[in-house]
Design a protein around this ligand. Sequence first.
Ligand SMILES: [Ca+2]
Ligand SMILES: [Ca+2]
Ligand SMILES: [Ca+2]
Ligand SMILES: [Ca+2]
Length: 468
Amino acid sequence: MVSRRHLPVWTSIVVLCSMFLVGQEAWLPPCMDSDGDGYGDPASKFCEHPEADCDDMNPYMNPGALESLTEEATCSDRLDNDCDGFIDDEDVDCLSTPPPEGTALIDENGVSSSLALGPQGLPGIAYTGPTGLEYAAWNPRALIFEYQTLDLACLGFCGVSLQLNQRGEPSIAYFRPTQDGSRIQGVWAHRTGSIWSEEIFASFPLGEFVGSLFPMKQALVSLSLSPSGDPRIAYFRYRPSSKDYAVWLSEKIGYGWQSSQIASSPNPDFQPYAVSLSIDKGGQAHILVNWERIWSSHGDECAVLYYAKHTSLGWESLTLDLCLLQIPANHGSSLVVDTASTPHVTFCGSDSKNNNYLYYIDMDTWQFTPLQLPNYDPGSELGGCSIAVDIDDRPFVAYYVNRTDSLSYLGLCQRVENSWDCGALDSSLGPYFVGVSLALDPFGRAHIALSRYDFFIPVAGVYYYRGP
Ligand SMILES: [Ca+2]
Ligand SMILES: [Ca+2]
Ligand SMILES: [Ca+2]
Ligand SMILES: [Ca+2]
């Protein structure tokens, strides 16, 4: 019998009991991480990583671990190392079947493209076309390219640069107009697991966007990942006050972006042609900028190359005026830094007399090594060049020779000891190619994205080539 006199006592007991039950969770340690791998079970924002550990008794299993052919034994240990629900060969990360050898059409309407390889050497291709920004990724189980449309606002010419991280997840830099069309946004789109998200790395008036001034150019933005996987993006901006063009670098630092102007064109006659960014193992940025100038006495274009490397003391830079060296040609340039932080550069072009120029450049001495192509080739014109290194840091250069007859071809050069060996890969595609994007897989096979575009024909297309 509860007497009225004891009611306050009973009430206090009930309140105290409820407080105990409600407080149970708060009394546990805020992060339950039995194996000490930084991931809790249950998931907790108080752990080093907020995601749930799928096996809290095994530090080699968590959402941050890799299950991958590049991580020895993780594809045969009968564990779901990366907590995605798939064990060993069930996990697509343990498959390395590449696309078939030869050339495949990716999209007959694409106009510019960028290729990168994941840790297993499987390709992803980001490209732009009339349907927007698209991403095509090779699925090694289904043995098909899978397509995703990422941004409808980015129609046709918005620049695109792709890299894949250690987990094979894509990072893409590109530009798009705002809804009212008054400004341009630089967008970093990236996928984590299966979730795409985006961040704006730059925003400026439409009049400062060089992509609208030079829609056909293929390399007006370049993305590279730091050793910790953070994106850095180099791009051009028009400067209305001085009527010239500046190169900018945006870097993701923590939760924000830091952007700075690296260089500006020597004078307003120099237009942006290409920028190429590569981050070395120490996390330092290397940039190659290709300014184009009409060489008045011959009517040909020529280029000024600007190379800058970030060091602890700031930027160290070099400028090489190819106009002064009477190399009257410019159809592209490309930079890559190898595992020893050595930069490798290629430059290509064709003059009005059908002389083709394809060079490998030693960055210490600015010494140009000509890569032997037919010097006089009626009606021919180089349609872009791209450099990459294999896992042994050996440089390769991909290029495209457009000809008016049926002999256009995709070519590849490789350095063999102290000389270069160049040859055709595919001569079935015809002319009007304007850009190539090369990467080498761990087995030394070349993977190339090719972009075809001509405003007047009109013709377009993005292709993929895989070498033997
Ligand atoms: Ca754990
Ligand atoms: Ca674990
Ligand atoms: Ca495993
Ligand atoms: Ca797995």
